[in-house]
Design a protein around this ligand. Structure first.
Ligand SMILES: *[C@@H]1O[C@H](CO)[C@@H](O)[C@H](O)[C@H]1NC(C)=O
Ligand SMILES: *[C@@H]1O[C@H](CO)[C@@H](O)[C@H](O)[C@H]1NC(C)=O
Ligand SMILES: *[C@@H]1O[C@H](CO)[C@@H](O)[C@H](O)[C@H]1NC(C)=O
Ligand SMILES: *[C@@H]1O[C@H](CO)[C@@H](O)[C@H](O)[C@H]1NC(C)=O
Length: 373
C-alpha cells in the first residue's frame, strides 16, 4: 500500500517536473516565443566565425562592452549588443538567438530562436563575393528549412506549426551590402553598372526578396519585420573615401537606398494582400538612423561622422576595427562603432524605437504589439 502511495507521489512529482521542463523550454502561453533573425553584419551574432571569410568580427576590440562574453569578441560587428540582441532581451527571451552555424544551435536552445545573419550577406547571391564567403539570404532560408524540421521533431508537427506561426517573429535586416558590396563596388562592378540601371538592379533585388519571403511563409512564418536600408551614404567609410565634410553624405548611395526603400514598402503592401494571415511590419531604419546622425547631440552623442574604432582618413573610416586600430575612449558618445556599424549606444536607441515607437519608424504595429498579435 505504502509503495503504491509513494509511486503515485513520485508520478505527481515527475509530472510537475516534466511540465516545468516543458515550460522552461519556452512553451509558456506564448509570452515568450522565438526570434528568427535573418540579415547581414548589422545583426550577425557569430555565424561568420565558422566561415572561411574576409568579413570577420571575432577580433578585439569588437565586443568590448558585450557583458555576456565578459568583453570578448563574439563575432558581433559592434562594441556591445546588436539590435537583434536588444529586441530579444526586451521581449523577455532568456538567451540571445544562437547563431545557426554555432555548435550549440541544437536541441532546446533553438526554441528561443536562431540567428542566420552573416556579415557581407545580401539579397542577391553575388553580393559580398569580395569576402570570399558569407551567407546570402537564399542560403539563410535553406538553413531555416532545416531548423523548421528540427521543430517538428522537438515539439511534434502540430505544436511546432502553432509555435512558428503564432509565437515566432521573423526579422529580415538586409540590402545594404547589395549596394555597398555589389552594385557600388569600385572597379569590380563598373561593368554591372553600365549594363544594369539602378532601377533594373533594384527590380532584381525586390523580385528575389519576394520569393525569399514567400518561401519563409511556406515554412509557416507569419510575423515578419522588414528592415529597410539605412543611410549608407553617411557611414564613415563612404564619407572617408569620398573625402566629404563632417555634415555631408554620399548622394548616390543614399539615393539608391531611398529608391529601394520605396519599393520595399510597396512589397510590404503587396505581400500583406497576397499572403493570408501574415503581418509584415516595416522598420524604417533609414529615417531612424538619419535622425540620430542629424540630431546626434540631442541623443547624447558627440560625433556622428567619426568611427570609434578604425583607421584612415578624417573619420577613421578606411580600415575595419581590429587589434591595431585606434579606439575612442567614450564609446557611448559615438553613433558609429566602426567604419560601417552603429555603436551599442545607437543600437539601443534604434531598438527601443522599433519595440515601442510610433508609426513614424515602425508600421503598422511596433514589435511589442507584433509579439502579442
Ligand atoms: C499563462 O497564462 C495564465 C492564465 O492566462 C497566467 O496566469 C500565467 O501567468 C501565464 N504564464 C506566463 C508564464 O505568462
Ligand atoms: C552558445 O555558445 C555561445 C558561444 O560559446 C555562448 O555565448 C552562448 O551563450 C551559447 N548559447 C546557448 C543558448 O547555449
Ligand atoms: C543562390 O544560391 C543558392 C545556393 O547556391 C541557390 O539555391 C539559389 O537558386 C541561388 N539563387 C539565385 C537567384 O540564383
Ligand atoms: C524545404 O526542404 C524540402 C526538402 O527537405 C524541400 O522539398 C522544400 O521545397 C523546402 N522548402 C522551401 C520553402 O525551401
Amino acid at each position: 500500500m505504502a509503495s503504491a502511495k509513494s509511486w503515485s507521489l513520485a508520478l505527481v512529482l515527475l509530472c510537475i517536473s516534466l511540465s516545468y521542463l516543458v515550460n522552461a523550454a519556452g512553451d509558456n502561453n506564448g509570452s515568450i516565443g522565438a526570434s528568427f533573425i535573418f540579415g547581414d553584419s548589422l545583426v550577425d551574432a557569430g555565424n561568420n566565425n565558422y566561415l572561411q571569410t574576409l568579413s570577420k568580427a571575432n577580433i578585439p576590440p569588437n565586443g568590448i562592452d558585450f557583458k555576456a562574453s565578459g568583453g570578448n569578441p563574439t563575432g558581433r560587428y559592434t562594441n556591445g549588443r546588436t539590435i537583434g540582441d536588444i529586441i530579444g532581451e526586451e521581449l523577455g527571451v532568456p538567451n540571445y538567438a544562437v547563431p545557426y552555424l554555432a555548435p550549440n544551435s541544437t536541441g532546446k536552445a533553438i526554441l528561443y530562436g536562431v540567428n542566420y545573419a552573416s556579415g557581407g550577406g545580401g539579397i542577391m547571391n553575388a553580393t559580398g563575393r569580395i569576402f570570399v564567403n558569407r551567407l546570402g539570404l537564399d542560403i539563410q532560408i535553406d538553413f531555416f528549412n532545416n531548423t523548421r524540421k528540427q521543430f517538428d521533431q522537438l515539439l511534434g508537427p502540430s505544436k511546432a506549426k502553432d509555435y512558428i506561426t503564432r509565437r515566432s517573429i521573423f526579422s529580415v535586416t538586409i540590402g545594404a551590402n547589395d549596394f555597398l558590396n555589389n552594385y557600388l563596388l569600385p572597379v569590380l562592378s563598373i561593368a554591372t553598372r553600365i549594363s544594369e540601371s539602378p532601377d533594373a538592379f533594384i527590380d532584381d533585388m525586390i523580385n528575389n526578396l519576394r520569393n525569399q519571403l514567400t518561401r519563409l511563409y511556406q515554412l509557416d512564418a507569419r510575423k515578419f519585420v522588414l528592415g529597410n536600408v539605412g543611410p549608407i551614404g553617411c557611414v564613415p567609410y563612404q564619407k572617408t573615401i569620398n573625402q566629404l565634410n563632417e555634415n555631408e553624405c554620399v548622394d548616390l548611395a543614399n539615393k539608391l537606398a531611398t529608391q529601394y526603400n520605396v519599393r520595399l514598402k510597396d512589397l510590404q503592401t503587396e505581400l500583406t494582400g497576397k499572403l493570408p494571415g501574415a503581418t509584415f511590419v516595416y522598420a524604417n531604419v533609414y529615417d531612424l538612423v538619419m535622425e540620430l546622425i542629424t540630431n546626434y547631440e540631442k541623443y547624447g552623442f558627440t560625433t556622428a561622422s567619426k568611427a570609434c574604432c578604425g583607421n584612415g582618413g578624417q573619420f577613421a573610416g578606411i580600415i575595419p576595427c581590429g587589434p591595431t586600430s585606434s579606439m575612442c575612449q567614450d564609446r557611448d558618445k559615438h553613433v558609429f562603432w566602426d567604419p560601417y556599424h552603429p555603436s551599442e549606444a545607437a543600437n539601443l536607441i534604434i531598438a527601443r524605437q522599433l519595440l515601442y515607437g510610433s508609426t513614424r519608424y515602425i508600421s503598422p504595429v511596433n514589435l511589442k504589439q507584433l509579439r502579442s498579435l
